[in-house]
Design a protein around this ligand. Structure first.
Ligand code: PXL
Length: 277
């Protein structure tokens, strides 16, 4: 059985990070180990007064213990990291655990819609860029891609702009990059992929649903990382991840207002299992 370790926070309520990654990766038939980097009462978007317990110092301790047992991973998947210290420990973990065949998958979850998430300053992207430099594949949204590459964020863009961002992202050191949430017109939205080794681009889009829900980036990243680890080629994995994310958004629409803290991915898991057969 393949094995992923995911390094990101536990948001106790709100359906993101580990509470999304674990069920999705398990449903794909892949073992999922976790390193929880912090415990929050909720995610930081849309809730006031959330708690934040910093578990940074547990990261090297967990890593040291695992080293004694020769535990290995097919994929190291990182998501939201709450501080520069957590980024540094995550970089150390990758140095210790990455083997020739290990995929390093980085979701630089830190910003959206032109703004950093609560608690991060504009210095943070330069540190996240150091982690991205170690990745085989990174999956930022447009805001994160702009901040990582010091490119002014613009709400509207054309295909040339996205291709330029993708090239800049790979110049950071990542071999492949995907920018999520790309809509060139109202009706469709998707993810734009670039492979710096082959200089190939691939844009896959589906229906654009103009409602925002939390955790869609984590849903996409978990399926994408899981499908690649399962053995799907990158294009097919991307298609599966985009289609599943759209399905989850659609499933949430009937209760959009009271459920905007997260998508109803649970109802869609049978469909995910069909897709990855
Ligand atoms: O979904 C990304 C995410 C993960 N973890 C925490 C967050 C967010 C987005 O806001 O706040 C704690």
């Amino acid at each position: 059985m393949k094995r992923i370790v995911t390094i990101q926070d536990i948001s106790c309520f709100g359906k993101c990070s580990v509470t999304v990654a674990l069920p999705i990766i398990s449903s794909i038939g892949i073992e999922c180990a976790i390193i929880p980097t912090s415990v929050l009462s909720t995610h930081t978007g849309g809730f006031e007064g959330f708690t934040f317990r910093d578990l940074s110092d547990d990261i090297p301790k967990i890593s040291d213990h695992w080293k004694k047992y020769d535990i290995g991973f097919d994929t190291i998947y990182t998501g939201y990291l709450g501080s520069v210290k957590q980024i540094d420990y995550t970089i150390d973990f990758i140095k210790d655990f990455k083997k020739e065949s290990t995929l390093v998958f980085v979701d630089p979850a830190m910003a959206d819609k032109g703004r950093m998430y609560t608690g991060f300053d504009m210095d943070f992207p330069s540190h996240m860029a150091r982690l991205c430099a170690m990745a085989d594949i990174i999956v930022p949204n447009v805001t994160e891609a702009s901040f990582l590459t010091n490119t002014p964020y613009t709400e509207s863009y054309d295909e040339e702009h996205i291709k330029m961002l993708l090239k800049r992202l790979c110049k950071l050191g990542a071999k492949k990059a995907v920018i999520t949430g790309i809509a060139f017109e109202k009706a469709t939205q998707g993810a734009y992929f670039y492979d710096s080794d082959t200089e190939e681009y691939y844009y896959y889009r589906a229906e654009n649903i103009e409602r925002n829900f939390h955790g869609t980036g984590d849903t996409f990243a978990s399926v994408f990382a899981g499908a690649i680890t399962k053995g799907f080629d990158l294009k097919r994995a991307l298609e599966i991840a985009v289609d599943f994310t759209v399905e989850c958004i659609k499933a949430t629409l009937p209760n959009a207002e009271e459920h905007k803290y997260g998508v109803k991915f649970e109802e869609c898991i049978p469909s995910l299992i069909e897709k990855i057969k």
